[in-house]
Design a protein around this ligand. Structure first.
Ligand code: SF4
Ligand code: SF4
Length: 391
């Protein structure tokens, strides 16, 4: 995959193979909300026969960037890269997300300061701030006392087998540091020294999704500079979108990605020792799109869960939960969420491997967990836990 150009868009022969797997088409049933429909719109826009409009922007922003279409395309057309290109080219005509772009850029300029400011607002504003946030963000947000990256950045196991770097990503660092602490503990338990390299910045995907390609490239360069030359057996993350950015998207944007970046289940599946089978009955597993389709990681999480003694229900289709459209297309996002929950049946617990999917599924289901929690509960661990508060 490489950054799209008009000639890539022209490669599309409009055969429609991708329509069959596009979740927003399955939900809406209309052509402009399908992968082929978006390719046609992009072609017409870039060749000058379609003018920028509110509707054109909405068609592009209803895409979840799941990547299912390009995995199915017989010609290997990079549909998601084309959507990024379109959003970036149309940025000036998209008034609806202007404020969101400004807020995202501002908060990523100094994320620690943004975290502390928001934390203060939560403390001083009582329930008012969460209520105001709920108007624009459909998830309940609670902030931990401290981010994960707050002091100690090297953790040593009792007996060292190797060394891994942790790419925390914004959601784990600022919203779910408890999950990061569990990961560090599991990695120490299997004998790996864990490093949190100073200087990590956002992977850039939230900016790209908003059409801010140049700003995203600046962040990508910073991360590549740090993680691309680090001596480590792997760069591990709990967020498959971050891994996809580091390994695949950076390669297309900068000519080189972080080649040893991997999802936590890719790294751990042959290293952990279960301690407490039998596990739970009827645990449903939702494989995040960026993990299954984007990174090709499908078997490892299932083999981990089954190895821990869980009776796992797999999602029949590789359906998208709709997280990435939740901030700008509530109808599509809610429709995809309901469809995903239907496929997962009435399971009493859902396990997934992405903080975003966790937030989205958690809007309708009371028991949604990240797979690292399940791994941490069911495996041999280091005796002393890293001192990080749970979210
Ligand atoms: S993107 Fe690929 S599968 Fe979809 S219409 Fe174009 S050529 Fe066909
Ligand atoms: S990335 Fe997903 S939602 Fe977007 S066009 Fe492709 S299949 Fe459809």
């Amino acid at each position: 995959m490489k950054q799209a150009t008009l000639s890539d868009i022209e490669k599309c022969v409009l055969c429609g193979t991708c329509k069959a797997v596009c979740p927003t088409h399955a939900y809406s049933g209309i052509e402009p909300l399908s992968a082929r429909g978006r390719m046609l719109l992009l072609h017409d826009y870039f060749t000058g026969s379609l003018r920028p409009s509110k509707l054109l922007n909405e068609r592009l922003y209803s895409c979840t960037l799941c990547g299912l279409c390009e995995a199915a395309c017989p010609l290997g057309v990079g549909v998601t890269e084309a959507v990024y290109l379109g959003r970036s080219a149309l940025v000036r005509s998209d008034g609806r997300r202007r404020l969101m772009r400004a807020a995202t850029k501002l908060s990523l300029k100094n994320p620690n300061l943004s975290f502390r400011t928001l934390k203060l607002a939560f403390t001083l504003g009582g329930s008012l701030v969460p209520r105001l946030l709920k108007r624009s963000v459909p998830f309940g947000i609670t902030l931990p006392d401290r981010p994960l990256r707050d002091g100690q950045n090297i953790f040593k196991p009792p007996k060292k087998k190797g060394r891994v770097a942790l790419f925390t990503g914004c959601s784990i660092n600022y919203l779910y540091p408890g999950l990061g602490a569990s990961l560090i503990n599991v990695l120490l338990g299997v004998g790996y020294e864990v490093v949190l390299p100073p200087g990590e910045v956002c992977c850039g995907e939230p900016l790209r999704a908003l059409g801010l390609e140049e700003e995203a490239i600046k962040l990508a360069k910073k991360n590549l500079d740090i993680f691309g030359r680090l001596r480590a057996d792997a760069v591990v993350s709990l967020c498959p979108t971050c891994v996809l950015a580091l390994r695949v998207h950076y390669a297309s944007l900068l000519g080189r990605g972080v080649e040893n970046a991997m999802d936590v289940t890719e790294f751990l599946h042959d290293k952990i020792t279960p301690i407490s089978p039998p596990g739970e009955k009827n645990v449903a597993y939702h494989n995040p799109c960026h993990m299954g389709t984007g990174l090709g990681v499908k078997k490892q999480p299932l083999s981990i869960l089954r190895g821990l003694g869980h009776d796992v229900i797999e999602q029949a289709d590789p359906g998208c939960c709709g997280f990435s459209t939740s901030l700008w297309d509530a109808e599509v996002s809610n429709g995809l969420l309901e469809g995903t929950l239907k496929q997962l049946g009435n399971a009493p617990a859902i396990i997934t491997a992405c903080p975003g999917c966790m937030m989205q599924l958690g809007r309708r289901h009371p028991n949604v967990r990240h797979i690292i929690e399940t791994i941490a509960e069911g495996t041999v661990q280091a005796s002393s836990k890293p001192k990080t508060e749970a979210a």
